[in-house]
Design a binder for this molecule. Structure first.
Ligand SMILES: Nc1nc2c(c(=O)[nH]1)N[C@@H](CN(C=O)c1ccc(C(=O)N[C@@H](CCC(=O)O)C(=O)O)cc1)CN2
Ligand SMILES: NCC(=O)N[C@@H]1O[C@H](COP(=O)([O-])[O-])[C@@H](O)[C@H]1O
Length: 191
């Protein structure tokens, strides 16, 4: 397999982005070469500035499919990994990368997905519904939030003592354990 170049899109604190960078720093076949964020105040910027080139866009840029597609092609990006990225990927970029954009969602889709379902909002909905389990979904990205092909799911058990913060912590542990490996496995399977 030729060396694959991946871009990471993130909007928040960046714990998953850091795990991806650390994981692929050890890979001879896959290089994490670009971090893109739509949030100039995102914690991911400080956490990753020593390790990866960064691009900060505004929400106009996030909505501009031509701009994003040209940027990815100029940077010779093969795969785009969404790691807590909170903007809709424009259809033009999806057309250019139909099976090469991967997202992680902090719940067991199809439950608790769609517009408005991100971050702590997801965990709050799980708590409000008194779920006894939650988990993560790793999926391909299509033009509808959280409806792309599911690549993997992992569960976490919940107890009545859990609150949104403990649910978030349990889910992040599973994200950090599995996301990088699932991304690597998928990319290697594509050849
Ligand atoms: N075309 C797609 N774009 C994105 C997908 C996708 O599946 N298809 N996944 C999301 C990630 N995500 C859930 O995993 C998600 C992120 C954000 C939202 C959302 O409702 N966002 C708000 C704006 C929030 C903000 O900018 O502060 C909104 O659209 O009003 C839902 C799901 C990434 N992109
Ligand atoms: N719907 C998208 C969504 O909610 N993504 C979630 O944002 C968090 C980002 O954390 P991080 O910035 O520490 O990686 C992660 O829990 C990820 O699953």
């Amino acid at each position: 397999m030729n060396t694959k170049r991946i871009a990471i899109f993130a909007s928040g604190s960046g714990s998953n982005a850091i795990k991806l960078i650390e994981h692929f720093d050890k890979s001879p076949e896959i290089n994490a070469v670009l971090l893109l964020t739509n949030n100039e105040n995102a914690g991911v910027l400080e956490k990753t500035e020593e390790f990866i080139d960064q691009v900060v866009i505004n929400n106009d840029g996030a909505n501009d499919g031509s701009f994003l597609t040209e940027l990815m092609q100029e940077e010779r990006i093969d795969y785009i990994i969404l790691a807590g990225y909170l903007r809709k990927i424009p259809n033009e970029l999806i057309k250019a990368y139909p099976t090469q954009i991967i997202n992680i969602h902090p719940a067991l889709l199809p439950k608790y997905g769609g517009k408005g379902m991100y971050g702590m909002k997801v965990h709050q909905a799980v708590l409000d519904n008194k779920e006894t389990e939650s988990g993560i979904t790793i999926h391909l990205v299509n033009d509808i939030y959280d409806e792309g092909k599911i690549l993997a799911q992992y569960k976490v058990e919940l107890s009545p003592k859990d609150d949104v913060n403990t649910i978030q912590k349990k889910v992040l542990v599973v994200e950090h354990k599995h996301f990088s490996e699932e991304v690597e496995k998928y990319i290697q399977e594509q050849g």
